[in-house]
Design a protein around this ligand. Structure first.
Ligand SMILES: [Zn+2]
Length: 447
């Protein structure tokens, strides 16, 4: 005998994350003790070039143990069947560029600076907890969160609380404080006599650079994040210019240290000298990469460097068009799309990133998919950038971003066909992480 449970009642009986009135005094058990089978009419598995139909996914504990044509295997006694009806099942999504400690930096609410100058750390952590929950609600079961913006090692604690089951959230890869140079990160514009906090750890020289990497790795960083460019503007010729920050020698010290720990280095780099130094210094992923030259694209392919573009965020709240920053904002959008197309055509490895937190967590994270398709990816390529390819970037190939035996049971479902319209990914109806159902709002399956 196995129990057939249709998804309409899941939100009551299957949710293992504590309801608001419950106060967990100990970590919750993350997955069911019995086998679970998810029945799927349409499965996009993260790696196959085409959608598969009528599949069953057998889950034991927090892992997938088998994927096979529905009805072709007898189910063990006590197996629970979740029939997701006509919904499309996918691996849990992965956002490789998030900021749970940013909340959209609304200028009217004080912008960036107020977060470091006026908000208690506890307030920022409280909002980061909500942001982490928002990621999971939207089907992002894994995030690489690329710096806490002055909140120190706050990401390490939130990751721990998620892993121990005290709060809901995605599995997190954290970078902690990130690294830039003097003159290379806010807060800025205060009287030189006043010491203000900075949003990143500032270093000057290879010795300080290596020390900062060691400190961050020692305190729990899974990745190191480096700012290789900072200010940007449009020059007299109409070109986008970015201020470079670290030297190649400084970056090499960080990369050497991180690689020794078998960790990787993500480099924020818009274009120009700073982006070139990022490549020459051995960066593992270029974040944003707004404007890549043909030679830089060739170097990325040669070195196996990842590109994590963030297309959608630059459409948010541009300054007025006749101001220097407004001109800059529009130039960023213009060069980013064209550069993405060139990199895609050339075969640069591209993983999905959004910079969410740079825009509010109330907005759909999945809006990035439609930008990727607008600039030339097929819907399947865009989905794979947020599943199997993102897992490859994270060094978790076969474990995350895929529906195959041995992978974590991180699964989502959407009503509709994301290959026909990627926007359906903005409305994720079912989320399972580690074999535990977090949410389901699908209609009951018709038997
Ligand atoms: Zn960012």
């Amino acid at each position: 005998m196995h129990r057939l449970i249709t998804v309409g009642i899941l939100c009551l009986c299957m949710t293992r994350v504590a309801l608001p009135q419950e106060v967990p005094s100990a970590p919750h058990k993350p997955a069911a003790a019995h086998d679970v089978v998810i029945r799927s009419r349409a499965l996009i598995d993260g790696t196959s070039p085409r959608r598969r139909t009528n599949q069953e996914i057998l889950i034991r504990g927090d892992r997938i143990v088998a994927v096979y044509a529905a009805g072709t295997r007898p189910l063990a006694p006590g197996t629970e069947v979740l029939d997701l009806g006509s919904a499309t099942v996918l691996p849990g999504l992965i956002d490789c560029h998030t900021h749970i400690f940013l909340q959209g930096e609304v200028p009217a609410a004080g912008g960036y600076d107020v977060q470091l100058l006026k908000f208690p750390a506890s307030y920022r952590v409280a909002r980061a907890v909500v942001a982490a929950r928002r990621a999971l609600e939207q089907g992002f079961t894994t995030i690489r969160d690329v710096e806490t913006e002055g909140a120190g090692y706050g990401d390490v604690g939130i990751k721990q609380a998620i892993n121990e089951g005290y709060i809901p959230g995605p599995r997190m890869f954290v970078v902690t404080r990130s690294i830039s140079t003097t003159g290379g990160y806010p807060l800025e514009g205060y009287a030189p006599e006043i010491a203000v906090p900075k949003g990143a750890q500032l270093i000057d020289g290879p010795v300080e650079a290596r020390k900062a990497a060691r400190e961050q790795l020692d305190n729990g960083a899974d990745w190191i994040k480096v700012y290789m460019t900072h200010r940007s503007w449009v020059d007299e010729q109409g070109a986008l210019v970015s201020q470079p920050t670290l030297t190649v020698e400084e970056l090499k010290a960080i990369v050497d240290e991180a690689h020794g720990w078998r960790r990787k280095v993500a480099c924020h780099a818009y274009n120009g000298i700073g982006l070139q130094r990022a490549l020459d210094g051995g960066c593992d992923s270029i974040e944003h990469g707004l404007e890549l030259t043909d030679a830089q694209i060739a170097q990325m392919i040669r070195q196996g460097t990842w590109l994590v573009p963030t297309l959608a965020v630059y459409y948010y709240d541009p300054d007025p068009p006749d101001t220097p920053t407004g001109i800059r904002d529009r130039k960023r959008v213009a060069v980013h799309g064209a550069s993405f197309q060139k990199a895609l055509r050339a075969g640069v490895k591209i993983a999905f990133g959004t910079d969410v937190g740079g825009f509010p967590w109330s907005e759909p994270i999945a809006q990035e998919f439609s930008r990727m398709v607008e600039f030339g990816m097929t819907p399947m390529q865009a989905i794979q950038a947020a599943t199997a390819r993102a897992a490859e970037l994270l060094g978790k190939r076969g474990e995350l971003g895929t529906v195959e035996p041995g992978a974590y049971a991180d699964l989502i479902a959407v009503a509709g066909d994301p290959l026909a319209d990627v926007n359906v990914l903005k409305n994720v109806a079912f989320v399972m992480k580690n074999g535990s159902v977090f949410r389901s709002s699908l209609r009951p399956a018709a038997d």
